[in-house]
Write a protein that binds this ligand. Structure first.
Ligand code: GLN
Length: 488
Protein backbone atom coordinates (compact mmCIF):
# COMPACT_ATOMS: atom_id res chain seq x y z
CA UNK A 1 0.00 0.00 0.00
CA UNK A 2 1.22 3.53 -0.73
CA UNK A 3 2.37 5.39 2.31
CA UNK A 4 -0.89 6.88 3.58
CA UNK A 5 0.61 10.27 4.39
CA UNK A 6 1.79 10.69 0.79
CA UNK A 7 -1.77 10.64 -0.52
CA UNK A 8 -3.65 13.71 -1.64
CA UNK A 9 -6.96 14.46 0.07
CA UNK A 10 -8.73 13.36 -3.12
CA UNK A 11 -6.72 10.12 -3.16
CA UNK A 12 -7.41 9.48 0.52
CA UNK A 13 -11.16 10.00 0.13
CA UNK A 14 -11.15 7.61 -2.84
CA UNK A 15 -9.08 5.05 -0.91
CA UNK A 16 -11.51 5.10 2.01
CA UNK A 17 -14.49 4.87 -0.37
CA UNK A 18 -12.92 1.82 -2.03
CA UNK A 19 -12.35 0.20 1.37
CA UNK A 20 -8.55 0.16 0.91
CA UNK A 21 -8.05 1.60 4.40
CA UNK A 22 -10.12 3.05 7.19
CA UNK A 23 -10.21 6.54 8.59
CA UNK A 24 -8.69 5.12 11.76
CA UNK A 25 -5.71 3.74 9.78
CA UNK A 26 -5.02 6.92 7.84
CA UNK A 27 -5.53 9.03 10.96
CA UNK A 28 -3.02 6.91 12.90
CA UNK A 29 -0.49 7.27 10.08
CA UNK A 30 -0.86 11.06 10.23
CA UNK A 31 -0.61 11.17 14.03
CA UNK A 32 2.72 9.30 13.78
CA UNK A 33 3.88 11.76 11.12
CA UNK A 34 2.85 14.72 13.31
CA UNK A 35 4.81 13.34 16.24
CA UNK A 36 7.91 12.83 14.10
CA UNK A 37 7.64 16.41 12.84
CA UNK A 38 7.59 18.10 16.26
CA UNK A 39 10.70 20.12 15.29
CA UNK A 40 8.69 22.01 12.68
CA UNK A 41 6.55 23.46 15.51
CA UNK A 42 3.56 23.48 13.17
CA UNK A 43 1.02 22.76 15.91
CA UNK A 44 0.18 24.79 19.00
CA UNK A 45 -2.24 22.14 20.28
CA UNK A 46 -2.59 18.55 19.10
CA UNK A 47 -5.87 16.68 19.58
CA UNK A 48 -4.81 13.14 18.72
CA UNK A 49 -7.22 11.35 21.07
CA UNK A 50 -10.10 13.39 19.77
CA UNK A 51 -8.95 12.64 16.21
CA UNK A 52 -8.97 8.88 16.86
CA UNK A 53 -12.47 9.10 18.33
CA UNK A 54 -13.61 11.12 15.32
CA UNK A 55 -11.98 8.61 12.96
CA UNK A 56 -13.74 5.67 14.62
CA UNK A 57 -17.06 7.53 14.48
CA UNK A 58 -16.42 8.25 10.81
CA UNK A 59 -15.73 4.59 10.06
CA UNK A 60 -18.98 3.71 11.82
CA UNK A 61 -20.88 6.28 9.73
CA UNK A 62 -19.38 4.94 6.55
CA UNK A 63 -20.46 1.42 7.47
CA UNK A 64 -24.02 2.79 7.59
CA UNK A 65 -23.58 4.49 4.21
CA UNK A 66 -23.29 8.04 5.59
CA UNK A 67 -20.43 9.70 3.75
CA UNK A 68 -19.71 13.44 3.95
CA UNK A 69 -17.53 15.53 1.61
CA UNK A 70 -14.49 15.18 3.89
CA UNK A 71 -15.47 11.85 5.44
CA UNK A 72 -12.73 10.50 7.66
CA UNK A 73 -9.95 12.77 6.35
CA UNK A 74 -7.31 13.82 8.91
CA UNK A 75 -7.04 17.60 8.58
CA UNK A 76 -5.85 20.44 10.79
CA UNK A 77 -7.14 23.87 11.73
CA UNK A 78 -5.36 27.22 11.99
CA UNK A 79 -5.50 28.30 15.63
CA UNK A 80 -7.54 31.35 14.72
CA UNK A 81 -10.75 29.32 14.33
CA UNK A 82 -12.69 28.77 17.54
CA UNK A 83 -13.10 25.07 18.24
CA UNK A 84 -15.54 23.95 20.90
CA UNK A 85 -13.75 22.67 23.99
CA UNK A 86 -10.32 22.89 22.33
CA UNK A 87 -7.89 25.63 23.31
CA UNK A 88 -7.83 28.50 20.80
CA UNK A 89 -4.91 30.92 21.11
CA UNK A 90 -4.70 33.07 17.93
CA UNK A 91 -0.95 32.68 18.47
CA UNK A 92 -1.15 35.07 21.42
CA UNK A 93 -0.45 34.90 25.12
CA UNK A 94 -3.34 37.20 25.86
CA UNK A 95 -5.97 34.54 25.19
CA UNK A 96 -4.53 32.47 28.07
CA UNK A 97 -6.27 29.11 28.22
CA UNK A 98 -9.28 30.24 26.21
CA UNK A 99 -11.43 27.23 25.42
CA UNK A 100 -14.35 28.35 23.26
CA UNK A 101 -17.79 27.05 24.13
CA UNK A 102 -18.71 27.22 20.46
CA UNK A 103 -17.40 26.17 17.07
CA UNK A 104 -16.60 28.53 14.17
CA UNK A 105 -19.04 28.15 11.28
CA UNK A 106 -16.28 27.06 8.87
CA UNK A 107 -14.99 24.27 11.12
CA UNK A 108 -18.59 23.31 12.01
CA UNK A 109 -19.25 22.83 8.27
CA UNK A 110 -16.14 20.67 7.99
CA UNK A 111 -17.06 18.59 11.03
CA UNK A 112 -20.54 18.05 9.64
CA UNK A 113 -18.82 16.83 6.45
CA UNK A 114 -16.77 14.24 8.36
CA UNK A 115 -13.48 16.03 9.10
CA UNK A 116 -11.07 14.41 11.56
CA UNK A 117 -9.16 17.19 13.37
CA UNK A 118 -5.53 16.48 14.26
CA UNK A 119 -5.05 19.77 16.09
CA UNK A 120 -4.63 23.54 16.00
CA UNK A 121 -1.92 25.02 13.82
CA UNK A 122 0.61 27.70 14.69
CA UNK A 123 0.32 31.18 13.16
CA UNK A 124 1.57 34.73 13.52
CA UNK A 125 0.01 36.41 16.57
CA UNK A 126 -3.55 37.43 15.61
CA UNK A 127 -2.52 36.61 12.00
CA UNK A 128 -0.25 39.66 11.86
CA UNK A 129 2.89 38.72 10.01
CA UNK A 130 4.41 37.18 6.91
CA UNK A 131 6.86 34.70 8.43
CA UNK A 132 5.24 33.08 11.46
CA UNK A 133 7.88 34.66 13.65
CA UNK A 134 5.42 36.78 15.65
CA UNK A 135 3.70 33.77 17.26
CA UNK A 136 3.88 33.66 21.05
CA UNK A 137 4.39 29.90 20.63
CA UNK A 138 7.63 30.12 18.68
CA UNK A 139 8.28 30.25 14.96
CA UNK A 140 7.32 27.49 12.54
CA UNK A 141 10.14 25.97 10.49
CA UNK A 142 9.63 25.53 6.75
CA UNK A 143 10.00 21.86 5.74
CA UNK A 144 11.97 23.17 2.74
CA UNK A 145 15.53 23.84 3.77
CA UNK A 146 18.79 24.80 2.14
CA UNK A 147 21.53 25.58 4.63
CA UNK A 148 19.76 27.73 7.16
CA UNK A 149 16.29 27.03 8.49
CA UNK A 150 13.69 29.03 6.57
CA UNK A 151 10.40 30.70 7.44
CA UNK A 152 7.24 29.02 6.08
CA UNK A 153 5.64 32.40 5.34
CA UNK A 154 2.75 33.78 7.33
CA UNK A 155 0.48 34.21 8.90
CA UNK A 156 -0.80 30.69 8.10
CA UNK A 157 2.72 29.24 8.43
CA UNK A 158 1.66 26.25 10.52
CA UNK A 159 -1.03 25.33 7.99
CA UNK A 160 1.37 25.56 5.04
CA UNK A 161 4.23 23.72 6.78
CA UNK A 162 1.94 20.91 7.96
CA UNK A 163 0.54 20.32 4.47
CA UNK A 164 3.99 20.52 2.81
CA UNK A 165 5.44 18.07 5.34
CA UNK A 166 2.59 15.57 4.72
CA UNK A 167 1.49 15.56 8.34
CA UNK A 168 -2.12 16.42 7.47
CA UNK A 169 -4.11 16.07 4.23
CA UNK A 170 -5.12 19.73 4.17
CA UNK A 171 -5.66 22.64 6.53
CA UNK A 172 -7.79 25.68 7.12
CA UNK A 173 -6.15 29.09 6.92
CA UNK A 174 -7.15 32.76 6.78
CA UNK A 175 -6.03 35.60 4.55
CA UNK A 176 -6.28 39.30 5.40
CA UNK A 177 -3.50 40.51 3.10
CA UNK A 178 -1.93 37.32 1.77
CA UNK A 179 -1.75 34.90 4.67
CA UNK A 180 -3.04 31.92 2.69
CA UNK A 181 -1.29 32.57 -0.61
CA UNK A 182 2.18 33.72 0.50
CA UNK A 183 2.79 30.72 2.83
CA UNK A 184 1.45 28.43 0.09
CA UNK A 185 4.02 29.96 -2.28
CA UNK A 186 6.80 29.50 0.33
CA UNK A 187 6.02 25.80 0.88
CA UNK A 188 5.09 24.44 -2.54
CA UNK A 189 1.40 24.08 -1.62
CA UNK A 190 -1.86 25.43 -3.06
CA UNK A 191 -3.81 28.12 -1.21
CA UNK A 192 -6.99 29.92 -2.18
CA UNK A 193 -8.53 33.02 -0.65
CA UNK A 194 -12.10 33.06 -1.91
CA UNK A 195 -14.28 36.10 -2.58
CA UNK A 196 -14.96 38.14 0.56
CA UNK A 197 -18.16 36.74 2.05
CA UNK A 198 -17.87 33.17 0.70
CA UNK A 199 -16.74 31.73 4.04
CA UNK A 200 -18.39 32.83 7.25
CA UNK A 201 -16.16 34.78 9.62
CA UNK A 202 -18.30 33.75 12.59
CA UNK A 203 -16.09 32.21 15.25
CA UNK A 204 -12.82 33.23 13.58
CA UNK A 205 -10.77 35.55 15.79
CA UNK A 206 -11.02 38.92 14.04
CA UNK A 207 -7.97 40.81 12.73
CA UNK A 208 -9.30 43.27 10.11
CA UNK A 209 -12.93 42.39 9.55
CA UNK A 210 -13.41 43.99 6.13
CA UNK A 211 -10.41 42.06 4.74
CA UNK A 212 -10.39 38.71 6.63
CA UNK A 213 -11.41 35.61 4.66
CA UNK A 214 -10.98 31.91 5.38
CA UNK A 215 -9.78 29.40 2.82
CA UNK A 216 -7.81 26.17 2.56
CA UNK A 217 -4.15 25.25 2.09
CA UNK A 218 -3.86 21.94 0.25
CA UNK A 219 -1.53 19.66 -1.69
CA UNK A 220 -3.24 20.11 -5.07
CA UNK A 221 -5.66 22.47 -6.80
CA UNK A 222 -8.40 19.81 -6.73
CA UNK A 223 -7.86 19.24 -2.98
CA UNK A 224 -8.23 22.97 -2.40
CA UNK A 225 -11.54 22.89 -4.31
CA UNK A 226 -12.80 19.94 -2.24
CA UNK A 227 -11.92 21.75 0.99
CA UNK A 228 -13.37 25.10 -0.04
CA UNK A 229 -16.60 23.38 -1.05
CA UNK A 230 -16.96 22.21 2.55
CA UNK A 231 -15.80 25.45 4.20
CA UNK A 232 -17.88 27.94 2.18
CA UNK A 233 -21.58 28.67 2.42
CA UNK A 234 -24.11 31.21 3.62
CA UNK A 235 -24.26 31.85 7.34
CA UNK A 236 -26.86 34.19 8.84
CA UNK A 237 -24.58 34.65 11.86
CA UNK A 238 -22.13 36.71 9.75
CA UNK A 239 -23.75 39.84 8.32
CA UNK A 240 -21.17 39.94 5.49
CA UNK A 241 -21.75 36.32 4.49
CA UNK A 242 -23.04 36.06 0.92
CA UNK A 243 -26.23 34.14 0.28
CA UNK A 244 -25.00 32.42 -2.89
CA UNK A 245 -24.45 28.83 -3.95
CA UNK A 246 -20.99 27.29 -4.23
CA UNK A 247 -19.80 26.80 -7.81
CA UNK A 248 -18.79 23.49 -9.34
CA UNK A 249 -15.24 24.05 -8.14
CA UNK A 250 -14.03 20.48 -8.27
CA UNK A 251 -15.24 20.14 -11.85
CA UNK A 252 -13.72 23.51 -12.79
CA UNK A 253 -10.18 22.28 -11.96
CA UNK A 254 -10.24 20.05 -15.05
CA UNK A 255 -11.86 22.57 -17.40
CA UNK A 256 -9.88 23.83 -20.40
CA UNK A 257 -8.73 27.44 -20.46
CA UNK A 258 -8.96 27.56 -24.25
CA UNK A 259 -10.14 30.97 -25.39
CA UNK A 260 -9.88 32.45 -21.92
CA UNK A 261 -8.34 35.93 -21.66
CA UNK A 262 -5.56 36.16 -19.09
CA UNK A 263 -4.54 39.66 -18.01
CA UNK A 264 -0.91 40.49 -17.21
CA UNK A 265 -0.68 43.69 -15.16
CA UNK A 266 2.36 45.77 -16.00
CA UNK A 267 2.48 47.31 -12.52
CA UNK A 268 3.34 43.93 -10.95
CA UNK A 269 6.86 44.09 -12.36
CA UNK A 270 8.67 45.72 -9.46
CA UNK A 271 12.21 46.89 -8.85
CA UNK A 272 14.38 44.48 -6.96
CA UNK A 273 12.27 41.42 -7.75
CA UNK A 274 14.55 38.41 -8.29
CA UNK A 275 15.02 37.55 -11.98
CA UNK A 276 13.88 34.02 -11.24
CA UNK A 277 10.44 35.24 -10.26
CA UNK A 278 10.12 37.29 -13.44
CA UNK A 279 11.18 34.24 -15.49
CA UNK A 280 8.69 32.01 -13.72
CA UNK A 281 5.97 34.54 -14.47
CA UNK A 282 7.05 34.57 -18.15
CA UNK A 283 6.99 30.79 -18.10
CA UNK A 284 3.45 30.88 -16.70
CA UNK A 285 2.41 33.17 -19.53
CA UNK A 286 3.83 30.68 -22.06
CA UNK A 287 2.02 27.80 -20.36
CA UNK A 288 -1.24 29.69 -20.64
CA UNK A 289 -0.64 30.42 -24.33
CA UNK A 290 0.16 26.74 -24.94
CA UNK A 291 -3.10 25.81 -23.23
CA UNK A 292 -4.99 28.00 -25.71
CA UNK A 293 -5.55 31.10 -23.57
CA UNK A 294 -5.20 34.60 -24.93
CA UNK A 295 -2.71 36.85 -23.13
CA UNK A 296 -3.82 40.45 -22.61
CA UNK A 297 -1.55 43.18 -21.23
CA UNK A 298 -3.50 45.18 -18.65
CA UNK A 299 -2.92 48.08 -16.29
CA UNK A 300 -3.88 48.32 -12.63
CA UNK A 301 -2.64 51.89 -12.14
CA UNK A 302 -3.22 52.25 -8.39
CA UNK A 303 -1.24 49.14 -7.43
CA UNK A 304 1.58 51.16 -5.92
CA UNK A 305 -0.77 52.59 -3.30
CA UNK A 306 -2.16 49.21 -2.24
CA UNK A 307 0.44 48.29 0.34
CA UNK A 308 0.40 51.67 2.14
CA UNK A 309 -3.41 51.66 2.11
CA UNK A 310 -3.50 48.11 3.48
CA UNK A 311 -1.10 49.00 6.29
CA UNK A 312 -3.49 51.78 7.34
CA UNK A 313 -6.83 49.98 6.96
CA UNK A 314 -5.69 46.68 8.52
CA UNK A 315 -4.12 48.19 11.68
CA UNK A 316 -7.09 50.59 12.05
CA UNK A 317 -9.56 47.71 12.11
CA UNK A 318 -7.20 45.62 14.26
CA UNK A 319 -6.90 48.36 16.88
CA UNK A 320 -10.66 48.38 17.19
CA UNK A 321 -11.09 44.57 17.14
CA UNK A 322 -8.35 44.04 19.71
CA UNK A 323 -9.83 46.50 22.21
CA UNK A 324 -11.80 43.59 23.68
CA UNK A 325 -8.63 41.98 25.07
CA UNK A 326 -8.55 43.99 28.23
CA UNK A 327 -8.13 41.35 30.92
CA UNK A 328 -11.80 41.64 31.86
CA UNK A 329 -13.57 39.97 28.99
CA UNK A 330 -10.83 37.65 27.72
CA UNK A 331 -7.51 36.24 28.76
CA UNK A 332 -4.93 36.53 31.41
CA UNK A 333 -5.29 39.61 33.60
CA UNK A 334 -2.28 41.37 35.11
CA UNK A 335 -3.65 43.17 38.15
CA UNK A 336 -2.66 46.85 38.40
CA UNK A 337 -3.31 49.64 40.88
CA UNK A 338 -6.54 50.74 39.24
CA UNK A 339 -8.59 49.92 36.16
CA UNK A 340 -6.47 51.80 33.62
CA UNK A 341 -3.26 50.43 35.11
CA UNK A 342 -4.73 46.91 34.90
CA UNK A 343 -5.60 47.43 31.22
CA UNK A 344 -2.12 48.69 30.48
CA UNK A 345 -0.27 45.94 32.31
CA UNK A 346 -2.51 43.24 30.84
CA UNK A 347 -2.06 44.43 27.27
CA UNK A 348 1.67 45.08 27.66
CA UNK A 349 2.22 41.56 28.96
CA UNK A 350 -0.26 39.78 26.70
CA UNK A 351 0.48 41.24 23.25
CA UNK A 352 3.74 40.79 21.35
CA UNK A 353 5.71 43.59 19.69
CA UNK A 354 4.10 43.34 16.24
CA UNK A 355 0.57 43.40 17.64
CA UNK A 356 1.43 46.40 19.83
CA UNK A 357 2.88 48.16 16.78
CA UNK A 358 -0.32 47.59 14.80
CA UNK A 359 -2.51 48.79 17.68
CA UNK A 360 -0.45 51.99 17.92
CA UNK A 361 -0.55 52.62 14.16
CA UNK A 362 -4.26 51.85 14.04
CA UNK A 363 -5.11 54.09 16.96
CA UNK A 364 -3.04 56.90 15.46
CA UNK A 365 -4.65 56.78 12.00
CA UNK A 366 -8.12 56.74 13.54
CA UNK A 367 -7.49 59.62 15.92
CA UNK A 368 -9.01 63.09 15.48
CA UNK A 369 -6.93 65.18 13.09
CA UNK A 370 -5.32 62.15 11.41
CA UNK A 371 -8.47 60.28 10.42
CA UNK A 372 -8.98 62.34 7.25
CA UNK A 373 -5.31 62.42 6.35
CA UNK A 374 -4.74 58.67 6.67
CA UNK A 375 -7.76 56.46 7.19
CA UNK A 376 -10.17 58.24 4.88
CA UNK A 377 -7.53 58.54 2.16
CA UNK A 378 -6.69 54.86 2.46
CA UNK A 379 -10.38 54.04 2.03
CA UNK A 380 -10.42 56.18 -1.13
CA UNK A 381 -7.39 54.31 -2.46
CA UNK A 382 -9.26 51.10 -1.74
CA UNK A 383 -12.12 52.24 -3.97
CA UNK A 384 -9.65 53.12 -6.75
CA UNK A 385 -8.05 49.69 -6.52
CA UNK A 386 -11.45 48.01 -6.80
CA UNK A 387 -12.17 50.22 -9.84
CA UNK A 388 -8.85 49.24 -11.44
CA UNK A 389 -9.94 45.61 -11.32
CA UNK A 390 -13.43 46.44 -12.62
CA UNK A 391 -11.87 48.15 -15.63
CA UNK A 392 -9.51 45.23 -16.17
CA UNK A 393 -12.40 42.75 -16.35
CA UNK A 394 -13.53 44.45 -19.52
CA UNK A 395 -10.56 42.95 -21.31
CA UNK A 396 -9.72 39.78 -19.34
CA UNK A 397 -11.30 36.89 -17.40
CA UNK A 398 -8.51 36.27 -14.89
CA UNK A 399 -5.17 37.82 -13.97
CA UNK A 400 -1.82 36.06 -13.63
CA UNK A 401 0.93 37.41 -11.33
CA UNK A 402 3.67 36.07 -9.07
CA UNK A 403 2.39 35.31 -5.54
CA UNK A 404 5.28 36.78 -3.58
CA UNK A 405 8.29 38.89 -4.50
CA UNK A 406 10.77 36.37 -3.03
CA UNK A 407 11.41 32.74 -2.19
CA UNK A 408 11.28 31.69 1.49
CA UNK A 409 13.97 33.49 3.50
CA UNK A 410 16.03 32.57 6.54
CA UNK A 411 14.46 32.71 9.99
CA UNK A 412 15.44 35.96 11.70
CA UNK A 413 16.43 37.78 8.53
CA UNK A 414 13.57 40.30 8.29
CA UNK A 415 11.93 40.13 11.67
CA UNK A 416 13.47 43.36 12.97
CA UNK A 417 12.65 45.32 9.85
CA UNK A 418 8.86 45.66 9.62
CA UNK A 419 8.86 47.67 6.39
CA UNK A 420 10.85 45.01 4.52
CA UNK A 421 8.58 42.38 6.01
CA UNK A 422 5.47 44.24 4.84
CA UNK A 423 6.80 44.16 1.24
CA UNK A 424 6.08 40.42 1.15
CA UNK A 425 2.41 41.22 0.65
CA UNK A 426 2.84 43.49 -2.36
CA UNK A 427 1.10 41.15 -4.84
CA UNK A 428 -1.51 39.76 -2.48
CA UNK A 429 -3.07 42.71 -0.61
CA UNK A 430 -4.82 44.09 -3.69
CA UNK A 431 -7.34 41.21 -3.81
CA UNK A 432 -8.20 41.67 -0.13
CA UNK A 433 -8.73 45.39 -0.62
CA UNK A 434 -11.02 44.66 -3.60
CA UNK A 435 -12.68 41.56 -2.07
CA UNK A 436 -11.65 39.33 -4.98
CA UNK A 437 -10.64 35.65 -5.01
CA UNK A 438 -6.98 34.70 -5.50
CA UNK A 439 -5.17 31.37 -5.60
CA UNK A 440 -1.46 30.47 -5.38
CA UNK A 441 -0.17 27.44 -7.27
CA UNK A 442 3.36 26.01 -6.93
CA UNK A 443 4.95 26.56 -10.31
CA UNK A 444 8.70 26.05 -10.03
CA UNK A 445 11.86 26.08 -7.98
CA UNK A 446 14.48 28.79 -7.65
CA UNK A 447 18.21 28.15 -8.18
CA UNK A 448 18.63 26.83 -4.66
CA UNK A 449 15.71 24.45 -5.06
CA UNK A 450 13.09 26.40 -3.13
CA UNK A 451 9.44 26.59 -4.22
CA UNK A 452 7.89 29.60 -5.97
CA UNK A 453 4.20 30.21 -6.62
CA UNK A 454 2.13 31.96 -9.23
CA UNK A 455 -1.10 33.74 -8.33
CA UNK A 456 -4.35 33.81 -10.28
CA UNK A 457 -6.85 36.55 -9.42
CA UNK A 458 -10.50 36.30 -10.46
CA UNK A 459 -13.70 38.32 -10.60
CA UNK A 460 -15.88 38.44 -7.50
CA UNK A 461 -17.64 35.08 -7.04
CA UNK A 462 -15.87 33.61 -10.07
CA UNK A 463 -13.75 31.03 -8.25
CA UNK A 464 -14.61 28.58 -11.05
CA UNK A 465 -12.44 30.46 -13.53
CA UNK A 466 -9.46 30.67 -11.22
CA UNK A 467 -9.73 26.97 -10.38
CA UNK A 468 -9.60 26.24 -14.12
CA UNK A 469 -6.57 28.49 -14.67
CA UNK A 470 -4.88 27.09 -11.56
CA UNK A 471 -5.60 23.54 -12.75
CA UNK A 472 -4.04 24.31 -16.13
CA UNK A 473 -0.98 25.88 -14.49
CA UNK A 474 -0.57 22.92 -12.17
CA UNK A 475 -0.73 20.54 -15.11
CA UNK A 476 1.76 22.52 -17.16
CA UNK A 477 4.17 23.06 -14.27
CA UNK A 478 4.10 19.38 -13.29
CA UNK A 479 5.37 20.45 -9.87
CA UNK A 480 6.17 17.23 -8.02
CA UNK A 481 9.10 18.39 -5.89
CA UNK A 482 8.86 17.68 -2.19
CA UNK A 483 11.07 18.87 0.66
CA UNK A 484 13.63 16.32 1.76
CA UNK A 485 12.56 14.84 5.08
CA UNK A 486 15.20 16.06 7.55
CA UNK A 487 12.97 16.34 10.59
CA UNK A 488 12.91 12.78 11.88
N1 GLN B 1 1.28 39.74 6.15
C1 GLN B 1 0.12 40.56 6.22
C2 GLN B 1 0.05 41.26 7.56
O1 GLN B 1 0.94 41.10 8.31
C3 GLN B 1 -1.11 39.76 5.97
C4 GLN B 1 -1.53 38.95 7.11
C5 GLN B 1 -2.75 38.17 6.84
O2 GLN B 1 -3.17 38.00 5.69
N2 GLN B 1 -3.38 37.72 7.91
O3 GLN B 1 -0.86 41.95 7.85
Amino acid sequence: MTELTKLTLDGALAGMAAGDFSSEEITKAHIDACMEAADLNAFITTTFELALDQAKASDARRAKGEVGKLEGAPLAVKDLFCTEGVKTTAGSKILGDFKPTYESSVTANMKADGMVMLGKLNLDEFAMGSSNETSAFGNVVNPWKVDAELVPGGSSGGSAAAVAADICLGATATDTGGSIRQPASFTGTVGIKPTYGRCSRWGIVAFASSLDQAGPIAKTVKDSAILLDSMAGYDPKDSTSLNVENGNWVGACEKSVKGMRIGIPKEYTIDGMPGEIQSLWDQGIDWMKDAGAEIVPISLPHTKYALPAYYIVAPAEASSNLARYDGMRYGDRVQGEDLVDTYERTRAAGFGAEVQRRIMIGTYVLSAGYYDAYYLRAQKVRTRIAEDFKNAWESCDAILTPTAPSAPFAIGRKVDDPVTMYLNDIFTVTTNLAGLPGISVPAGLDASGLPLGLQVIGKALDEETIFSVAGALEKAAGFTAKPEKWWS
